[in-house]
Design a protein around this ligand. Structure first.
Ligand SMILES: Nc1ncnc2c1ncn2[C@@H]1O[C@H](COP(=O)(O)OP(=O)(O)O)[C@@H](O)[C@H]1O
Ligand code: SF4
Ligand SMILES: [Mg+2]
Length: 361
């Protein structure tokens, strides 16, 4: 068995061009490690960069392609990690001291094709890393029946000698979807909860190494949320696959995750084992995580974090959380509005890492 991590993300950055000609770091310094069979929860308020982080992993920057930098290493065999980041850079920009020092536009088609062939990346996206979104209808094709989705999406390598039809029937049965009705149906003929289960069944049938589930329980009633949690746990245990679970709801994340990454305004604020991060006795905790936990435990005085989340185009100097941080308000000598806490990884010995001046030496 390999002792390499399945996915290792170091210093991930995504930079977008804004309309008025400036650039914005949408994701800045995100680091995490995901091992085989683990569930990583990524949590943060809306706009904190959860979706952009996973889109960067897969190279799906649909609108306004940005720059993806940093290292995204994926274990493609027992002894080999491959850097995926080079596969989906649409444009390189080098930054130094906040200024662009170098810009390079690639020849899209030729470049992408050669990189894909070199690393077999078309094999990795979709096949080995499978993503599910909040709204299954944005994932499922309205012109395809569910049967056609299985035919088109499940790769041959995942069939294990069976036909697409056989694999579909097994997967639909596993997730309690009626096999006399569902295969010939179009997504609009099924309920939201059923489409969600079709998406999970597709993920199961593809036998990926990693499933990314982006806010997939948001908008579902509590009964369907419980069903989704049960199914995800079931797939993860049966197939020993890894899951990246994304939600703004720490309660949901805490039910399943082995590890947690807390994002705020595009930066990793805390990363580590879930039992350490969620331990109420743990004092080395990022002030933002502390507030999320208090809200989740209903011990928060007001039930929401004071102050506004950062605006889309806002550039915050110093610590990105300083305008809302209780610790800073109570202790202004920290100088957090000017000095950003230094590197995430250097603050506390791995595996638990926090980006906060309170814990710097
Ligand atoms: N097309 C875009 N152009 C500019 N900024 C964007 C675009 N899409 C997302 N963003 C910004 O990227 C940041 C992260 O967004 P996102 O990853 O969708 O957050 P989350 O999934 O945590 O709600 C937000 O500040 C959002 O405003
Ligand atoms: S660095 Fe300062 S402002 Fe930021 S979270 Fe820590 S104490 Fe709060
Ligand atoms: Mg999102």
């Amino acid at each position: 068995m390999s002792c390499l991590p399945l996915l290792q993300v170091t210093n991930l950055r995504v930079v977008f061009d804004l309309q008025h000609g400036s650039q914005k770091r949408i994701i800045d310094d995100v680091d995490f490690v995901l091992n085989k069979g683990e569930i990583l929860g990524i949590v943060g308020e809306s706009g904190s960069g959860k979706t952009q982080t996973v889109l960067a992993l897969l190279g799906i920057h649909i609108q306004n392609p940005g720059v993806v930098k940093g290292e995204i290493k994926f274990q493609i065999s027992d002894s080999r990690l491959e850097d995926l980041s080079s596969s989906h850079i649409d444009k390189y920009v080098s930054y130094s001291k906040g200024k662009i020092t170098e810009m390079y536009y690639k020849n899209e088609k030729r470049w992408k094709k050669s990189i894909d062939q070199q690393y077999g990346l078309h094999e990795i996206r979709g096949n080995r890393i499978f993503i599910m979104f909040q709204d299954p209808k944005s994932y499922l094709n309205p012109f395809w029946t569910i049967r056609k989705h299985f035919k088109k999406i499940v790769p041959t390598r995942s069939l294990d000698g069976l036909s697409h039809e056989e694999v579909m029937i097994e997967a639909l049965k596993k997730f309690n979807l009626p096999i006399d009705q569902v295969p010939a149906s179009y997504p609009h003929q099924l309920s939201g909860g059923m489409n969600q289960r079709v998406m999970i069944a597709l993920g199961y049938a593809c036998k990926p190494d990693v499933i990314i589930a982006d806010e997939i329980t948001t908008g579902l009633d509590i009964v369907n949320q419980v069903v989704v949690v049960k199914h995800l746990k079931h797939i993860q245990q049966e197939c020993n696959l890894s899951i990246i679970l994304i939600s703004h709801d720490l309660g949901f994340i805490s039910k399943l995750s082995d590890k947690i990454l807390v994002l705020y305004n595009g930066q990793g604020m805390e990363f580590g084992p879930a039992d350490i991060i969620l331990d109420p006795k743990q004092t080395r905790k990022h002030p933002y995580t502390r507030e999320l936990m208090e809200i989740f435990n209903e011990s928060h005085k007001q039930g929401y974090i004071s102050g506004e989340p950062p605006r889309r185009d806002e550039i915050i100097n110093g610590c990105r959380f300083h305008k809302r941080c209780r610790e800073y308000f109570n202790n202004p000598v920290l100088n957090c509005s000017k000095n950003a806490p230094t590197d995430f990884t250097d603050l506390i010995q791995a595996p638990h890492q926090v980006r906060c001046a309170l814990f710097q030496d």
